[in-house]
Write a protein that binds this ligand. Sequence first.
Ligand code: NAD
Length: 269
Amino acid sequence: MEISLRNQIAIVTGASSGIGTGIAKSLASAGATVIVNHSSERSTDDAKAVVKEITDAGGKGITYQCDVSKEDQVVKMFQDVVAEFGTVDILVNNAGIQKDAKFTEMTLDQWNAVIGVNLTGQFLCAREAIKEFLRRGIDPSRSVACGKIIHISSVHEVIPWAGHANYAASKGAIRMLMQTLAQEYGADKIRVNSICPGAIQTPINTNAWSTQEAMNSLLTLIPYNRIGQPQDIGNLAVFLASDASDYITGASIFIDGGMTTFESFSTGG
Ligand code: NAD
Protein backbone atom coordinates (compact mmCIF):
# COMPACT_ATOMS: atom_id res chain seq x y z
CA MET A 1 0.00 0.00 0.00
CA GLU A 2 1.51 3.30 -1.05
CA ILE A 3 0.60 6.24 1.16
CA SER A 4 1.09 9.57 -0.55
CA LEU A 5 -0.03 13.07 0.33
CA ARG A 6 1.43 14.50 -2.88
CA ASN A 7 -0.17 17.78 -4.11
CA GLN A 8 -1.86 18.30 -0.75
CA ILE A 9 -1.59 21.32 1.54
CA ALA A 10 -1.57 20.68 5.29
CA ILE A 11 -1.83 23.15 8.16
CA VAL A 12 -0.42 21.82 11.44
CA THR A 13 -1.10 24.11 14.40
CA GLY A 14 1.46 24.42 17.17
CA ALA A 15 4.06 22.73 14.98
CA SER A 16 7.12 24.50 16.38
CA SER A 17 7.46 21.95 19.16
CA GLY A 18 6.77 18.39 20.29
CA ILE A 19 3.99 16.37 18.67
CA GLY A 20 3.20 19.11 16.13
CA THR A 21 6.79 19.03 14.88
CA GLY A 22 6.64 15.24 14.58
CA ILE A 23 3.39 15.45 12.61
CA ALA A 24 4.66 18.25 10.33
CA LYS A 25 7.80 16.27 9.46
CA SER A 26 5.83 13.07 8.82
CA LEU A 27 3.24 14.77 6.57
CA ALA A 28 6.03 16.49 4.63
CA SER A 29 7.92 13.24 4.14
CA ALA A 30 4.69 11.75 2.71
CA GLY A 31 4.64 14.56 0.13
CA ALA A 32 2.38 17.25 1.62
CA THR A 33 3.32 20.93 1.65
CA VAL A 34 3.17 21.79 5.33
CA ILE A 35 2.27 25.10 6.98
CA VAL A 36 4.20 25.00 10.27
CA ASN A 37 2.01 27.17 12.48
CA HIS A 38 3.47 28.74 15.62
CA SER A 39 1.86 31.04 18.15
CA SER A 40 4.20 33.99 18.75
CA GLU A 41 7.42 35.83 17.87
CA ARG A 42 9.17 33.75 20.54
CA SER A 43 8.61 30.49 18.66
CA THR A 44 9.72 31.84 15.25
CA ASP A 45 13.21 30.33 15.38
CA ASP A 46 11.85 26.93 16.42
CA ALA A 47 9.33 26.99 13.55
CA LYS A 48 12.06 27.99 11.08
CA ALA A 49 14.21 25.10 12.30
CA VAL A 50 11.33 22.68 11.63
CA VAL A 51 10.89 24.02 8.09
CA LYS A 52 14.66 23.74 7.52
CA GLU A 53 14.57 20.08 8.58
CA ILE A 54 11.65 19.52 6.18
CA THR A 55 13.32 21.22 3.22
CA ASP A 56 16.73 19.65 3.94
CA ALA A 57 14.98 16.28 3.66
CA GLY A 58 13.54 17.27 0.26
CA GLY A 59 10.09 18.30 1.49
CA LYS A 60 8.09 21.53 1.29
CA GLY A 61 6.95 23.83 4.08
CA ILE A 62 6.63 27.38 5.39
CA THR A 63 6.23 28.92 8.82
CA TYR A 64 3.10 30.87 9.75
CA GLN A 65 2.58 32.79 12.99
CA CYS A 66 -0.98 32.75 14.32
CA ASP A 67 -2.51 32.43 17.77
CA VAL A 68 -5.25 29.84 17.19
CA SER A 69 -7.37 31.21 20.02
CA LYS A 70 -7.82 34.52 18.12
CA GLU A 71 -10.56 34.50 15.47
CA ASP A 72 -9.12 37.28 13.29
CA GLN A 73 -5.70 35.60 13.17
CA VAL A 74 -7.15 32.19 12.27
CA VAL A 75 -9.34 33.64 9.51
CA LYS A 76 -6.30 35.48 8.09
CA MET A 77 -4.11 32.36 8.25
CA PHE A 78 -6.56 30.39 6.10
CA GLN A 79 -6.99 33.34 3.70
CA ASP A 80 -3.22 33.72 3.31
CA VAL A 81 -2.61 29.99 2.83
CA VAL A 82 -5.36 29.73 0.21
CA ALA A 83 -3.99 32.84 -1.55
CA GLU A 84 -0.49 31.35 -1.68
CA PHE A 85 -1.17 27.63 -2.24
CA GLY A 86 -4.69 27.57 -3.76
CA THR A 87 -6.43 25.58 -1.03
CA VAL A 88 -6.05 23.52 2.16
CA ASP A 89 -6.54 19.74 2.13
CA ILE A 90 -5.54 18.69 5.65
CA LEU A 91 -5.89 20.40 9.03
CA VAL A 92 -4.15 18.99 12.08
CA ASN A 93 -5.56 20.76 15.14
CA ASN A 94 -2.61 20.14 17.45
CA ALA A 95 -1.91 23.35 19.44
CA GLY A 96 -2.56 22.80 23.11
CA ILE A 97 -1.54 24.02 26.55
CA GLN A 98 -1.84 23.07 30.21
CA LYS A 99 -2.41 25.47 33.15
CA ASP A 100 -2.66 23.07 36.05
CA ALA A 101 -4.20 23.84 39.44
CA LYS A 102 -6.15 22.19 42.20
CA PHE A 103 -9.76 22.77 41.18
CA THR A 104 -10.71 25.08 44.07
CA GLU A 105 -7.64 27.21 43.32
CA MET A 106 -8.08 27.31 39.55
CA THR A 107 -8.45 30.89 38.33
CA LEU A 108 -10.81 31.93 35.57
CA ASP A 109 -7.73 33.00 33.59
CA GLN A 110 -6.29 29.46 33.82
CA TRP A 111 -9.63 27.99 32.77
CA ASN A 112 -10.14 30.42 29.88
CA ALA A 113 -6.56 30.10 28.60
CA VAL A 114 -6.80 26.31 28.27
CA ILE A 115 -10.31 26.28 26.80
CA GLY A 116 -9.31 29.15 24.49
CA VAL A 117 -6.41 27.30 22.87
CA ASN A 118 -7.40 23.64 23.25
CA LEU A 119 -11.09 23.93 22.35
CA THR A 120 -11.92 27.32 20.82
CA GLY A 121 -8.71 27.13 18.77
CA GLN A 122 -9.78 23.77 17.37
CA PHE A 123 -13.29 25.12 16.64
CA LEU A 124 -11.98 28.20 14.79
CA CYS A 125 -9.48 26.27 12.65
CA ALA A 126 -11.97 23.48 11.87
CA ARG A 127 -14.59 26.04 10.81
CA GLU A 128 -12.25 27.83 8.42
CA ALA A 129 -10.93 24.51 7.07
CA ILE A 130 -14.41 23.13 6.36
CA LYS A 131 -15.46 26.37 4.61
CA GLU A 132 -12.43 26.01 2.33
CA PHE A 133 -13.01 22.27 1.72
CA LEU A 134 -16.61 23.01 0.66
CA ARG A 135 -15.54 25.92 -1.57
CA ARG A 136 -13.01 23.71 -3.40
CA GLY A 137 -15.05 20.50 -3.58
CA ILE A 138 -13.57 17.10 -4.30
CA ASP A 139 -10.53 17.07 -6.56
CA PRO A 140 -9.57 13.44 -7.31
CA SER A 141 -6.05 14.50 -8.31
CA ARG A 142 -5.53 15.38 -4.63
CA SER A 143 -7.67 12.93 -2.63
CA VAL A 144 -10.93 10.98 -2.85
CA ALA A 145 -12.10 12.99 0.18
CA CYS A 146 -13.07 16.64 0.13
CA GLY A 147 -10.84 17.32 3.13
CA LYS A 148 -9.46 15.81 6.30
CA ILE A 149 -9.38 17.16 9.85
CA ILE A 150 -7.36 15.51 12.60
CA HIS A 151 -7.97 16.75 16.13
CA ILE A 152 -5.21 16.08 18.63
CA SER A 153 -7.08 15.08 21.74
CA SER A 154 -5.62 12.96 24.59
CA VAL A 155 -6.19 9.86 26.68
CA HIS A 156 -7.74 12.49 28.99
CA GLU A 157 -10.67 12.50 26.60
CA VAL A 158 -11.73 9.48 28.70
CA ILE A 159 -9.40 9.37 31.74
CA PRO A 160 -10.32 11.96 34.39
CA TRP A 161 -7.27 13.92 35.61
CA ALA A 162 -7.24 15.46 39.09
CA GLY A 163 -5.50 18.83 39.15
CA HIS A 164 -6.13 19.33 35.42
CA ALA A 165 -9.91 19.92 35.20
CA ASN A 166 -9.56 22.58 32.50
CA TYR A 167 -7.38 20.34 30.32
CA ALA A 168 -9.53 17.21 30.76
CA ALA A 169 -12.70 19.25 30.05
CA SER A 170 -11.16 20.62 26.84
CA LYS A 171 -10.20 17.15 25.62
CA GLY A 172 -13.56 15.59 26.54
CA ALA A 173 -15.26 18.35 24.55
CA ILE A 174 -13.06 17.71 21.51
CA ARG A 175 -14.62 14.25 21.21
CA MET A 176 -18.12 15.72 20.72
CA LEU A 177 -16.83 18.48 18.45
CA MET A 178 -15.07 15.88 16.29
CA GLN A 179 -18.01 13.45 16.15
CA THR A 180 -20.52 16.21 15.42
CA LEU A 181 -18.41 17.51 12.53
CA ALA A 182 -17.97 13.98 11.18
CA GLN A 183 -21.75 13.54 11.28
CA GLU A 184 -22.57 17.00 9.88
CA TYR A 185 -20.13 16.85 6.96
CA GLY A 186 -19.87 13.13 6.19
CA ALA A 187 -22.12 13.47 3.13
CA ASP A 188 -19.75 16.15 1.83
CA LYS A 189 -16.92 13.58 2.04
CA ILE A 190 -15.09 15.49 4.76
CA ARG A 191 -13.42 13.12 7.20
CA VAL A 192 -12.93 14.18 10.82
CA ASN A 193 -11.08 12.08 13.40
CA SER A 194 -9.17 12.44 16.67
CA ILE A 195 -5.81 11.11 17.72
CA CYS A 196 -5.69 10.53 21.47
CA PRO A 197 -2.06 10.27 22.60
CA GLY A 198 -0.95 8.79 25.90
CA ALA A 199 2.40 9.94 27.31
CA ILE A 200 4.55 11.36 24.53
CA GLN A 201 7.99 12.78 25.30
CA THR A 202 7.62 16.53 24.66
CA PRO A 203 8.12 19.83 26.54
CA ILE A 204 4.48 19.85 27.76
CA ASN A 205 5.15 17.02 30.25
CA THR A 206 8.88 17.34 31.05
CA ASN A 207 8.23 16.72 34.74
CA ALA A 208 6.79 13.28 33.88
CA TRP A 209 10.01 11.97 32.26
CA SER A 210 13.00 14.22 33.04
CA THR A 211 14.21 12.25 36.09
CA GLN A 212 14.65 8.48 36.31
CA GLU A 213 12.24 8.40 39.25
CA ALA A 214 9.54 10.24 37.29
CA MET A 215 10.08 8.02 34.25
CA ASN A 216 9.83 4.83 36.35
CA SER A 217 6.59 6.06 37.88
CA LEU A 218 5.22 6.97 34.43
CA LEU A 219 6.09 3.54 33.04
CA THR A 220 3.90 1.87 35.67
CA LEU A 221 0.97 3.36 33.70
CA ILE A 222 2.11 2.02 30.31
CA PRO A 223 1.84 -1.72 29.57
CA TYR A 224 4.06 -1.38 26.50
CA ASN A 225 6.74 -0.03 28.87
CA ARG A 226 8.08 2.91 26.90
CA ILE A 227 7.20 6.55 26.54
CA GLY A 228 5.83 7.56 23.13
CA GLN A 229 7.66 9.75 20.64
CA PRO A 230 6.28 12.49 18.33
CA GLN A 231 7.11 10.21 15.37
CA ASP A 232 4.59 7.64 16.69
CA ILE A 233 1.88 10.27 16.36
CA GLY A 234 3.24 11.48 13.01
CA ASN A 235 2.90 7.97 11.55
CA LEU A 236 -0.77 7.79 12.55
CA ALA A 237 -1.47 11.32 11.30
CA VAL A 238 -0.12 10.40 7.84
CA PHE A 239 -2.42 7.38 7.72
CA LEU A 240 -5.48 9.37 8.85
CA ALA A 241 -4.73 12.15 6.34
CA SER A 242 -4.34 9.69 3.47
CA ASP A 243 -6.85 7.86 1.28
CA ALA A 244 -5.69 4.60 2.93
CA SER A 245 -8.02 5.53 5.81
CA ASP A 246 -10.91 6.67 3.60
CA TYR A 247 -13.59 4.75 5.53
CA ILE A 248 -12.51 6.15 8.91
CA THR A 249 -14.46 9.15 10.15
CA GLY A 250 -15.84 10.09 13.56
CA ALA A 251 -13.23 7.97 15.34
CA SER A 252 -11.04 8.64 18.38
CA ILE A 253 -7.90 6.56 17.95
CA PHE A 254 -5.92 5.96 21.12
CA ILE A 255 -2.16 5.72 20.71
CA ASP A 256 -0.87 5.20 24.20
CA GLY A 257 1.17 2.00 24.61
CA GLY A 258 -1.90 0.51 26.26
CA MET A 259 -2.42 3.23 28.90
CA THR A 260 -6.20 3.06 28.45
CA THR A 261 -6.19 -0.65 29.35
CA PHE A 262 -5.64 0.58 32.93
CA GLU A 263 -2.40 -1.28 33.80
CA SER A 264 -3.07 -1.05 37.55
CA PHE A 265 -5.94 -3.55 37.11
CA SER A 266 -3.49 -6.23 35.88
CA THR A 267 -2.74 -7.30 39.44
CA GLY A 268 -5.99 -6.54 41.21
CA GLY A 269 -9.30 -4.83 40.89
P1 NAD B 1 4.25 21.19 23.33
O1 NAD B 1 4.16 22.15 24.46
O2 NAD B 1 5.58 20.67 22.93
O3 NAD B 1 3.57 21.79 22.02
C1 NAD B 1 2.42 22.58 22.06
C2 NAD B 1 2.46 23.48 20.87
O4 NAD B 1 1.28 24.30 20.83
C3 NAD B 1 3.66 24.43 20.92
O5 NAD B 1 4.25 24.47 19.64
C4 NAD B 1 3.01 25.77 21.26
O6 NAD B 1 3.76 26.88 20.77
C5 NAD B 1 1.69 25.63 20.54
N1 NAD B 1 0.71 26.60 21.01
C6 NAD B 1 0.37 26.90 22.27
N2 NAD B 1 -0.55 27.88 22.28
C7 NAD B 1 -0.81 28.19 20.98
C8 NAD B 1 -1.65 29.12 20.34
N3 NAD B 1 -2.44 29.95 21.05
N4 NAD B 1 -1.65 29.17 18.98
C9 NAD B 1 -0.87 28.35 18.25
N5 NAD B 1 -0.02 27.45 18.81
C10 NAD B 1 -0.01 27.38 20.16
O7 NAD B 1 3.29 19.98 23.71
P2 NAD B 1 2.89 18.67 22.90
O8 NAD B 1 3.01 17.56 23.85
O9 NAD B 1 3.58 18.59 21.60
O10 NAD B 1 1.34 18.94 22.69
C11 NAD B 1 0.71 18.95 21.42
C12 NAD B 1 -0.72 18.50 21.57
O11 NAD B 1 -0.73 17.13 21.99
C13 NAD B 1 -1.55 19.26 22.60
O12 NAD B 1 -2.86 19.45 22.11
C14 NAD B 1 -1.55 18.33 23.79
O13 NAD B 1 -2.68 18.51 24.60
C15 NAD B 1 -1.59 16.99 23.08
N6 NAD B 1 -1.17 15.84 23.90
C16 NAD B 1 0.11 15.72 24.33
C17 NAD B 1 0.47 14.61 25.08
C18 NAD B 1 1.87 14.37 25.56
O14 NAD B 1 2.08 13.41 26.33
N7 NAD B 1 2.86 15.14 25.17
C19 NAD B 1 -0.48 13.64 25.40
C20 NAD B 1 -1.80 13.83 24.96
C21 NAD B 1 -2.12 14.92 24.20
